[in-house]
Design a protein around this ligand. Structure first.
Ligand SMILES: *Cc1c(COP(=O)(O)O)cnc(C)c1O
Length: 504
């Protein structure tokens, strides 16, 4: 029992049922709320501790509201209101934070949207491997400890024409461990035109510093000659680094030595060359693949990683989830002795990848080995012609056509899809876009309505239009997209929160 408050000899506030002290007394107890049937059902599902935490948050909020209601209307703590708040908060806390989205941006390798979507077969292999014990580091022939790298190194060596290959967490890690292994305490020569920053704070000078290597910049932003490299070579030089400019391009008065020139310098001075290819694709995207010729698209001019090795680069590094279309990973390949040194670096233990990554990467590499490029979703999207994109856009449009008034005007326009992921600067693919214009909603509002859909739909906005590029929408997501557009077409003022689309 609370002690009587000696300072308060005044009239008890009890007489006013809506006074703050009275309202505070009306707040239900934790126990009372937990005993309500709907909350009890939730407790059975999510556990008492989990739900109690949400109950306490709701109670604290209502208590604060009452205390804050200085002079104004004092809210009544209602158990049903608290109950629904608790139900909502618990459901929200139970939902996954990571959720699928529909990428209608036309940016194929969208770093913010998880880069390469993976093939079902790759996920099935990963599920099979990860749901059981596996031979990750176990040599079944010898019945003894083995190396985790063997699961993909053979395929990588074959595809790249490399003596050896190694996989780490991502390309940033690949560059870091290569610099640390080969150049710690010594100098690495890089052109000023290649001192790049890739989004998400990967900056060559900073990675260099963390690796313990000393950056020796040469040339200028737009022009660097082989003589600049040559003049910088000293007995301190450990490595020549070449970096793919990835997400930008310097045009105009520019010059950079060819890889061959650098290889020749490297051979003369005994300094190895590391080429950070960024996206480094395994096939020439300009040559005919098993899906037919895409040469006509004139994309990229992205040299396959093996060409760099053939030209004499000692090592190449690239991402697994850019043009390769696999899992997040960093691949290092090239000279056997250098790869072995990197493997022995204790950092390898810190940067290694897990069985899930090996499983997905192995599946992806199998598709390349068999030249069945259509098995790689990223390549499928790249190979898709504008006519194919258009026919998919048309079928979505048809699925949205409805009798009577429509608030959503839809038309097809020419546009460009972007490969993205810092893969090939400025490389774009001709596409056909669904251009949306709503009778009463601005393009920005339309965009946010699409984002509020479940699953969220990420589109592009250009001036007063919302643009949908079917190239990056997975075929199984077309229904969701059509449902959202149908919903928006049916209202003149759509509510801010669209209902959840029926599961498809
Ligand atoms: C993308 C990129 C990186 C970083 O690769 P992650 O796999 O994202 O770590 C490094 N260098 C270049 C040139 C890149 O394009």
């Amino acid at each position: 029992m609370p002690k009587p408050n000696p300072q308060k000899g005044k009239k008890p506030s009890r007489s006013q049922p809506d006074s703050p002290p009275a309202r505070l007394r009306q707040i239900p107890s934790v126990e009372e709320l937990l005993n309500r049937p709907s909350i009890q059902a939730l407790t059975d599902k999510a556990g008492r501790k989990f739900v109690t935490a949400r109950v306490r948050v709701a109670l604290a909020r209502v208590r604060q509201q009452i205390l804050d209601a200085q002079g104004g209307a004092v809210p009544e703590p209602s158990a049903p209101v608290l109950e629904s708040e608790i139900l909502r908060a618990t459901e929200a806390a139970l939902a996954y934070s990571l959720q699928p989205v529909v990428n209608a941006t036309g940016v194929i390798l969208h770093t913010n949207l998880g880069r390469a979507p993976l093939a079902r077969e790759a996920l099935e292999h990963a599920a099979e491997i990860a749901g059981q014990y596996c031979n990750l580091e176990f040599d079944l022939a010898k019945g003894a400890r083995g190396q985790r790298d063997v699961h993909v190194s053979g395929a990588l060596e074959e595809l790249l024409g490399a003596e050896a290959a190694l996989v780490v967490n991502n390309n940033a890690a690949a560059v870091l461990i290569a610099l640390n292994t080969l150049a710690e305490g010594g100098e690495v020569i890089v052109s000023r035109g290649e001192l790049i920053e890739i989004g998400g704070s990967f900056r060559i000078p900073e990675i260099m510093q963390k690796s313990g290597a000393i950056l020796r910049e040469v040339g200028t932003t737009n022009r660097t000659r082989i003589s600049d490299y040559q003049n910088a070579v000293s007995d301190q030089t450990r490595l020549l680094l070449r970096v793919h400019p990835s997400n930008f391009r310097i045009i105009g008065f520019t010059e950079k030595p060819s890889l061959r020139e650098m290889v020749e310098l490297g051979q003369r001075t005994g300094v190895p060359i590391l080429e950070d290819l960024g996206s480094g694709c395994l096939v020439s995207l300009n040559s005919p693949g098993s899906l037919g010729s895409i040469g006509s698209l004139g994309i990229l001019g992205e040299a396959p990683a093996r060409e760099s090795l053939e030209a004499g680069a000692s090592l190449v590094s690239f991402s697994g989830d850019k043009l390769l279309g696999g899992p997040q990973a960093g691949i290092l390949a090239g000279n056997k002795e250098l790869v072995e040194r990197i493997r022995r670096n204790p950092l390898f233990r810190a940067l290694r990848v897990d069985k899930l990554t090996y499983a997905v990467l192995e599946t992806t590499l199998q598709a390349y080995l068999q030249q069945q490029y259509h098995r790689v979703p990223t390549l499928r999207m790249i190979y898709m012609t504008a006519a194919e994109v258009e026919s998919r856009a048309r079928s979505v449009m048809e699925a949205c056509t409805q009798r009577g008034k429509t608030s959503l005007q839809m038309e097809l326009t020419d546009g460009e899809s972007v490969i993205g992921g810092g893969s090939a600067p400025g490389s774009s693919l001709p596409t056909r876009l669904l251009s949306l214009h709503h009778a009463t909603l601005s393009a920005a509002t339309l965009e946010s309505r699409l984002l509020a859909w479940r699953p969220p739909i990420v589109a592009r906005v250009e001036t007063d239009r919302v643009l949908i590029d079917l190239r990056t929408v997975l075929p199984e997501q077309e229904d969701v997209l059509a449902a959202a557009l149908r919903f928006l077409a049916s209202r003149s003022t759509a509510p801010s929160r669209a209902p959840t689309a029926p599961a498809s």
